[in-house]
Design a protein around this ligand. Structure first.
Ligand code: CDT
Length: 313
């Protein structure tokens, strides 16, 4: 292998509403310790990894909501993760709810950070594709209030040269959109990390769990293949206060093949020995962007959001 890196996907089991960050961070430290024993150099945690998936709960009291947000990173509860990273020489990706004040306004984002082996934050991403709705919807069997609690991310999809490669991040629903990967692909990304919280069922109509898992995997496999990049996708899984989240965390090679997959719905570490140079084949052949892309025909993609079919005759 020319540019080897051992990747860990640290799937997490459920976090109940009543559980505190101390319990959760202890579980994460245990996953990092397992990673250390397996030679993991970069470990990926889920979206909103420090708390229950709180956007399923409707609240009007922002003081109450703010219990799920971090106003400093690292803060007292999360500092042990940074210390462990430094101790183990292990980078990590962490999804969390970010809150800060700017020009007298409180801002809240669904955020992830990339931390290097020295425990330094090298990158930050704020979720762009926020699914769900703003107000309580009594027609739904459960709520998905990301559009209520978060602003649309304002950082785009930057990539960073760190830990021997070109690395990027996204969060959950972003993985379903080809634009997410392509924006990073056009910056030469070699590893896309993402965490997710995805219900086993669809709140808006029947959709079989096996189909939802297929959509989960094929989105990440196509993102990997079409951009010649490794993808690590990590679930928070299992039953949170009666609501079922899917597992199925995977590590995908630039060929689009799944090289490691979680089998449980609990805390589970999967590991893959990756070669970042394996990205070069797709990047220099079928998806040699400079040689084959035709951006003069792609304008509609950035010019509009919704579809505009031709008028009916
Ligand atoms: N967390 C997240 O983005 N979950 C979505 C499900 C949204 S259903 C309204 C996902 O795409 O997995």
């Amino acid at each position: 292998m020319a540019r080897p890196i051992t990747l860990g996907a640290a799937q997490m089991g459920p976090i109940q509403l009543a559980e505190g960050r101390d319990v959760v961070v202890d579980r994460m430290l245990a996953l990092m310790e397992r990673g250390r024993r397996k030679g993991v150099e970069l470990i990926v945690f889920p979206e909103l990894a420090l708390t229950t998936f709180f956007p399923r709960w409707y609240h009007e009291d922002w003081d109450h909501v703010d219990q799920w947000f971090e106003s400093e990173m690292p803060g007292p509860a999360t500092q042990p993760l940074f210390d462990k990273a430094r101790e183990c020489g292990m980078g990590f990706y962490l999804g969390y709810a970010e809150k800060f004040e700017e020009a007298g306004k409180v801002r809240r984002f669904n955020t992830s950070i990339l931390v290097d082996k020295s425990g330094a934050i090298v990158g930050k991403y704020r979720k762009v594709h926020l699914p769900g709705h703003v107000e309580f919807d009594k027609a739904l069997p459960w709520q998905h209030l990301e559009k209520r609690y978060f602003e649309v991310g304002d950082l785009g999809w930057p990539v960073w040269r760190t830990m021997g490669g070109v690395m990027g991040m996204c969060l959950c629903n972003d993985r379903r959109w080809p634009e997410t990967y392509r924006v990073m692909g056009l910056q030469g990304v070699e590893l896309v990390m993402l965490g997710y919280n995805t219900p086993v069922g669809n709140s808006r109509g029947p959709e079989a769990p096996h189909l939802r898992m297929m959509h989960n995997h094929m989105s990440m496999q196509m993102g990997a293949y079409q951009n010649g990049t490794w993808v690590v996708g990590v679930a928070k899984a299992g039953n949170e206060d009666g609501f079922e989240l899917m597992g199925g965390s995977i590590i995908v090679a630039p060929s689009g093949e799944i090289v490691a997959q979680a089998r449980t719905l609990g805390d589970e570490l999967i590991v893959a020995d990756a070669d970042l140079d394996a990205c070069n084949f797709n990047k220099s052949t079928i998806f040699n962007f400079a040689a084959h892309r035709r951006p003069e025909h792609y304008g509609i993609i950035t010019g509009q959001a919704g579809a505009t079919p031709p008028p009916e005759a």
